[in-house]
Unconditional design. Structure first.
Length: 103
């Protein structure tokens, strides 16, 4: 996937993990290739959407400001999605996102 992604590109990956352990495995694999991952959980559904990028993903306030400025007619509630986003800490060369020995 990473080789096919433009440096400004973003991947939206819709997941239906069977449990937290499976989600953690998926996140570990994705973090091997991508520095930035954001998770959006939909409480009324069982799916989780991962937003994956090589470059930094805009923070919540930047996304809210952009939406307010550029999306005139909102037939979809972006604010609820944006505020529910969970940013996984950026990958650093010397730090692991999850201690793999404890997994």
């Amino acid at each position: 996937m990473k080789q096919q992604l433009n440096e400004d590109g973003v991947i939206f990956l819709n997941l239906l993990p069977k449990d937290a352990a499976q989600l953690q495995q998926i996140l570990l694999l994705i973090r091997q290739a991508f520095n930035y991952v954001t998770l959006v959980e939909y409480p009324d559904h069982k799916n989780i959407v991962l937003i994956i990028s090589i470059k930094k993903i805009p923070d919540k306030q930047q996304l809210l400001d952009f939406t307010a400025k550029h999306v005139q007619e909102q037939s979809f509630d972006f604010q609820n999605i944006i505020t529910s986003m969970l940013y996984i800490p950026a990958k650093k060369a010397s730090l692991n996102f999850i201690d793999e020995e404890k997994v």
